[in-house]
Ligand binder design. Structure first.
Ligand code: NI
Length: 273
């Protein structure tokens, strides 16, 4: 039986989408039960314009929810100069702690012109993060080489961030570690066929790992296939602990410190209250 953490050792959820309509029926009830389930802090991540607006509303409603705003590569049709300016303005809000999720996704979009457009807005949003002094949450799927090339090209090592839902090789992980990036680990780590990802987790330092669900998607075993929520982070923490042969408490404690360091406004926010 997995033990629920209390106090300082509560879980830091670094990537959730509670704005998603899959939570419409029970959002309030679910979010109100987070503390008693050991979840201390949540970053809700915007993926398009409406999701970013809803993210800001959630940060206003719940003291333990912080927000990332940005436009996902599959939703860049939402982006224009006016929306970019809106992101720029809203990034100054005290509880907006990151720009994301931004990046490249060639899984659905294979046309060269769309890919070029994705790269353009990825660059612009990275520059936005640099300008406003916020970390980035990066989404990269089927675009390993282009993501790394683009980030190296604009000196992304000067912009702190996390590669969320990491799905590439150990060699690729090492390139991101070199740039100072964190690696986001979620439900996929519990899947039996996730050999490559288990190897990545075994070899990279715990000090560079963040816990995430990407809920409502990607539920870990034994909840695979069902709607995901931050309550399932215990399964992910336990899997990382087993791989690294350390305690689940240590995983929770260190990944919390990592997240607080990266999203430093989550700490400063508390000092201000
Ligand atoms: Ni996501």
């Amino acid at each position: 039986m997995l033990k629920i953490q209390k106090g300082e050792n509560m879980i830091f959820e670094s990537h959730a989408h509670y704005d998603d309509k899959q939570f419409d029926s029970d959002r309030e009830e679910l979010l109100s039960s987070m503390k008693e389930n050991g979840i201390g802090t949540i970053i809700n991540v915007g993926s398009d314009l409406i999701a970013s607006q809803k993210t800001i509303a959630l940060t206003e409603q719940y003291e333990f929810i912080y927000g990332a705003i940005g436009i996902h590569p599959s939703d860049i049709a939402d982006l224009n100069e006016e929306v970019y300016h809106w992101l720029q303005e809203k990034s100054k809000l005290p509880k907006v702690v990151a720009i994301g999720e931004i990046g490249l996704d060639y899984y659905w979009d294979k046309e060269e012109e769309i890919k070029r457009n994705q790269r353009y807005w990825f660059c612009r949003q990275l520059e936005l993060a640099r300008e406003v002094g916020l970390p980035v949450i990066i989404h990269s799927r089927d675009a390993a080489e282009d993501t790394l090339k683009l980030m190296q090209g604009i000196h992304a090592e000067q912009i702190p961030g996390v590669i969320h839902c990491f799905s590439y090789s150990l060699e690729m992980a090492k390139e991101y570690l070199k740039m100072g990036y964190y690696i986001g680990i979620g439900g996929v780590i519990t899947f039996k066929n996730a050999k490559k990802l288990k190897e990545v987790v075994a070899k990279i330092p715990l000090e560079r790992i963040l816990l995430e669900t990407d809920c409502p998607y990607l539920s870990p075993e034994p909840e695979r296939g069902k709607r995901n929520s931050s309550k399932n982070l215990l399964y992910i923490a336990q899997e990382i602990a087993d791989i690294k042969k350390i305690s689940c408490e240590e995983v929770i404690q260190v990944t919390r410190k990592n997240a607080e360091k990266l999203f430093s406004k989550t700490v400063f926010g508390k000092l201000v209250d």
